[in-house]
Design a binder for this molecule. Structure first.
Ligand code: COA
Length: 715
């Protein structure tokens, strides 16, 4: 393999040969178990156990080193102690290895970052890619390769699992067997020293053998690339994700709200939604979705009908549909026409269709047949509550028969059945046949929720940001920022931040810097009362905290009093502060107060935030996030995701607010953070939003310099 050129990722999934470095004679060692699984799995390529002790393991001749082989090896699986790994990697480079799986632990996960980096960069320099270290191995159905140390046999199928946790990966093998889920591949990425989820997704999104991808992630390293890859991949197949770590630990420094308002998990959640990823709450939910989506045809539209024999469970299913975003068919006339002949007079043909407690399996057959025939009904949730009147022995056959009919006609159907032994047994036996059936109504409807999220996402048209929206004067902004850097500051003064807004084409209230009281009085008259005054100091970021803000000043006397108070307060609270003067600005008219932020996230790079602003921002924490690329549609979705969105639409007789200007401002702020690498955070709070057509105004703007540039006067 040529120096520096990457091998084709295909060889990782379809290797022609594999060497196990550290193949052990001892049945209790991982090096033995991996070899045993490779043999037992029926791998069709060549297998070379490597161990200086030589001999024979599992009937295979053992080679003392790679040097003994006179052919190039596609995959080398390393299972020797950490201190020996680098030498083994060097050996691999000598003998044309393409991919190295490092099972060994004892690297960055225990603080040994240096050795891990050394190995990964050596491998890359020598044209090899590394999976791991600290992994549990790889399974690939394409070549029947089970190079893991899992204890059970893996069933081939169409679900790909990528897992950061090896231990969980091993457990997932057992779980997939119980759930009867077949795998196309299972890859443990471990410490992700080189190969990460994005590399694997790039291959798996086009892999014919993979219908669904399940990702278990603990932390994101190269978030910008992951977002890009996920966006591509979710257009081709459903991606289900479980992410551990919902704690706030990853939240950024509290200097800006954009960093502190939400923990890393909220940001992650929003960005995954933006990518079209289906994020499961629990492992069970993730497996339910996998199994369901693998065995259910995609819907052709949104109208779902619930068919039930109990009113209560029908209502619960309706609630669940609301929770998971499943739209119910509500054309009551058509529903009556379709279902009246199968529903007793005391039942209901309004959705849910209530066949009542006297329904038999024949009634279910008839109702489900009608729903299948109807073009308007796109999917069905069938519920069953155990009753003495039902011919229970027919339950499993009725369900399976209808499921198969629906499947062959291409219409989604899910069952939720609830009752005693007979019902439970029915669930157990049908789940083995991959019939979508659940005891819990919410679990059943959650599968429909995932199916429709994917349906909506894959049907969405791609969209671009028009250049006109991001016509900003980047040179002017860079100039302002570099001046602040030259002065060793970590944030921009208010007049500078306002100039950034001007350069970005974001409206701000008329405003001037007054260096003394006379100037403040003159500016107040020029602007027209009432005015607002705020301290301007390179040493004071939080102006209100030092008593450096006065609002709604109506006349000359109030301006004099406020000016003196602001200077006095600021000096009292921060005696060493260098005071540039006082900012005098127009008191803005009242409108809806929102907050818009943009910052450079450690995992995802540039991100933007929108939410309800003003003084309630801390309490409400009603915010949403997006990564890039950011389209108008996505910016609009951010607005819609907040609980305050109805306020923008106008509530209680109020006018609709200027939503378009909010969207434009988000896009502009996003463009600034993307292009001006020396800015780490921008926050407009409040961005006052006026009635439709009347625009927005950035009343208070806070801009922070990137940490790497802070205090650097020589650049
Ligand atoms: N090349 C090939 N084989 C070598 C070797 C070399 N340079 N150096 C040693 N070996 C052989 C040993 O002789 C031994 O074979 P033997 O049992 O037949 O004598 C075998 O490789 C294993 O070496 P050993 O020193 O016995 O290590 P071990 O099996 O006790 O532990 C690991 C090795 C990799 C399993 C261990 O270091 C480790 O990291 N365990 C954790 C793995 C893990 O959990 N990974 C993450 C999963 S999520």
């Amino acid at each position: 393999m040529g120096k520096g050129s990457d091998p084709k990722i295909e060889y990782l999934f379809k290797p022609r040969s594999i060497a196990v470095i550290g193949a052990s004679h001892d049945e209790n060692k991982i090096g033995y178990q991996i070899l045993r699984n490779i043999r037992a799995g029926g791998y069709s390529g060549k297998v070379y156990p490597i161990n200086p002790r030589g001999g024979e393991i599992l009937g295979l001749p053992v080679y003392s080193s790679l040097a003994e082989l006179d052919e190039e090896i596609d995959v080398a699986c390393i299972v020797i102690p950490a201190k020996l790994v680098f030498d083994a990697v060097k050996d691999c480079a000598q003998h044309g290895v393409k991919f190295i799986l490092i099972i060994t632990s004892g690297f960055s996960e225990v603080g040994n970052i240096e050795d891990e980096k050394k190995i990964a960069s050596y491998a890359r320099e020598h044209g090899m890619r590394v999976l791991g270290p600290n992994i549990f191995g790889i399974y690939s159905a394409a070549t029947s390769l089970d190079a893991t140390f899992g204890s059970g046999k893996i069933m081939p199928g169409s679900v790909a699992i990528i897992t950061q946790s090896g231990a969980l990966g091993a457990a997932m093998i057992g779980k997939t067997a119980v759930e009867n889920i077949g795998l196309s591949t299972m890859v443990s990425v471990g410490n992700k020293s080189d190969i990460d989820e994005s590399d694997l997704l790039e291959y798996l999104m086009d892999d014919q053998g993979t219908k669904i991808i399940l990702l278990y992630i603990e932390g994101v390293k190269k978030g910008e690339r992951l977002v890009k890859t996920l966006k591509e991949a979710t257009k081709r197949k459903p991606i289900i994700m479980i992410k551990a770590g919902r704690s706030k630990r990853g939240a950024m420094a509290a200097a800006s709200h954009t960093g502190s308002l939400a923990g890393a998990d909220e940001i992650f959640d929003d960005i995954m939604r933006q990518c079209g990823v289906l994020r499961a709450e629990s492992l069970q939910e993730a497996f339910d979705w996998c199994k369901f989506l693998a065995n259910t045809p995609p819907p052709s539209g949104e109208n779902t009908v619930i068919i039930t024999n109990g009113g209560g469970i029908g209502v619960m299913a309706t609630d669940a549909c609301e929770k998971y975003g499943v739209k119910l068919y509500d054309d009551i006339h058509t529903l009556r026409e379709i279902f009246s002949w199968v529903t007793p007079g005391f039942g209901s043909t309004k959705n849910p269709i209530d066949l009542t407690g006297q329904a038999t399996s024949g009634d279910y057959d008839s109702a489900l047949d009608e729903a299948l025939k109807s073009d308007g009904i796109k999917a069905v949730i069938a519920l069953y509550c155990e009753t003495a009147l039902f011919d229970a022995e027919n339950l499993p056959t009725m369900i399976e028969r209808n499921y198969l009919k629906y499947k062959s006609e291409g219409k989604p159907l899910v069952f939720s059945v609830f009752g005693g032994d007979a019902t439970e047994n029915c669930i157990t036996s049908l789940r083995k046949h991959n019939v979508p059936i659940f005891a819990d109504i919410y679990a059943a409807v959650s599968c429909f929720g995932a199916m429709y999220s994917y349906y909506r996402n894959s049907g969405a048209r791609p969209e671009r940001i028009r250049d006109v929206d991001v016509d900003i004067d980047i040179d002017a902004i860079d100039h302002i920022v570099s001046q602040a850097i030259a002065e060793g500051r970590y944030f921009l003064l208010a007049p500078e931040a306002q100039n950034v807004m001007r350069a970005a084409g974001i409206a701000i209230p008329e405003s001037y810097l007054a260096r003394n009281l006379d100037e403040a009085l003159r500016r107040a008259v020029e602007i027209g009362y009432p005015v607002v005054m705020k301290i301007v100091s390179r040493d004071i970021l939080h102006k209100s905290d030092v008593g450096g803000v006065a609002l709604d000043l109506e006349n000359r006397e109030e301006v004099i009093d406020a000016y003196q108070a602001i200077i006095r307060n600021s000096k009292a609270r921060q005696p060493d502060a260098h005071i540039e003067g006082v900012e005098v600005s127009k008191m803005v008219e009242s409108g809806m107060e929102t907050i818009i932020g943009a910052r450079r996230d450690r995992a995802f790079g540039p991100i933007v935030m929108f939410g309800l602003g003003g003084i309630y921002v801390e309490v409400m924490k009603d915010v949403s996030f997006r990564a890039f690329p950011l389209t108008r549609v996505e910016a609009m979705r951010m607005l819609k995701e907040t609980r305050s969105y109805p306020l923008l639409l106008g509530t209680r007789g109020e006018e609709r607010k200027d939503i378009d200007s909010v969207v434009k401002t988000i896009i502009k702020l996003g463009a600034v953070i993307q292009r001006c690498k020396d800015i780490s955070d921008i926050e407009i709070n409040p961005l006052v939003v006026y009635d439709h057509g009347k625009g927005v105004e950035a009343v208070d703007v806070r801009i922070l310099i990137s940490e790497s540039k802070r205090g650097k006067t020589d650049e």
